[in-house]
Unconditional design. Structure first.
Length: 184
């Protein structure tokens, strides 16, 4: 009996998979009317984006610096910073607040723009593919770091809206699960 192991995703496939996950969560948010469900979905979106941004900023972007256009590279970081502001506000808020849905909608639009810039024909991913980047090795590194970040982010924490930093605490507040399509 031969054992076959699944080939690990290359870096771009892994990041695109994350994009599809978040897009699906945004769609669920839009179709949901119950405030408690909207809040859980929104917090799940935020956690997925926090993990994704962390692995992109720590692993993927440094690997493609100098290979992709400086303008795209720099814009990616600025777009992440803009999203982090809304993520912090959403995580610190509740669905009962007046602008909660609007914040999630604007975050969705920001992420759609960011994804388009990464995935379009001459975008960041296409430029990385054309460059001398070991996308398979980078995919392994991204997957490993993602596993670590998920473990870190699912501990008790809060997100400081001013500094945009996750702070670990002993508070009873728990993060939702980061398991695909599972909300606590």
């Amino acid at each position: 009996m031969s054992r076959t192991t699944a080939k690990p995703m290359d870096a771009i496939a892994l990041l695109k998979n994350d994009h599809r996950t978040v897009e699906g969560l945004f769609e669920r948010f839009e179709k949901t009317s119950a405030k408690s469900a909207k809040e859980k979905i929104a917090k799940q979106v935020c956690l997925e984006l926090m993990v994704h941004a962390t692995i992109e900023e720590e692993v993927f972007y440094p690997a493609v610096k100098g290979i992709v256009e400086d303008e795209l590279y720099n814009e990616a970081f600025v777009e992440h910073d803009g999203a982090k502001v809304l993520i912090a506000e959403i995580l610190d808020g509740s669905a009962d607040e007046e602008f909660f849905d609007a914040k999630v909608k604007v975050l969705s639009e920001m992420i759609k723009h960011h994804v388009k810039e990464e995935e379009q024909r001459d975008g960041l991913f296409a430029q990385a593919k054309k460059g001398d980047v070991d996308l398979e090795g980078l995919g392994v590194a991204l997957a490993a770091r993602k596993k670590e970040v998920i473990a870190q982010f699912t501990r008790e924490f809060f997100f400081d809206a001013k500094t945009r930093i996750v702070i670990y605490t002993l508070s009873p507040r728990r993060a939702p699960s980061l398991e695909p399509n599972r909300l606590e």
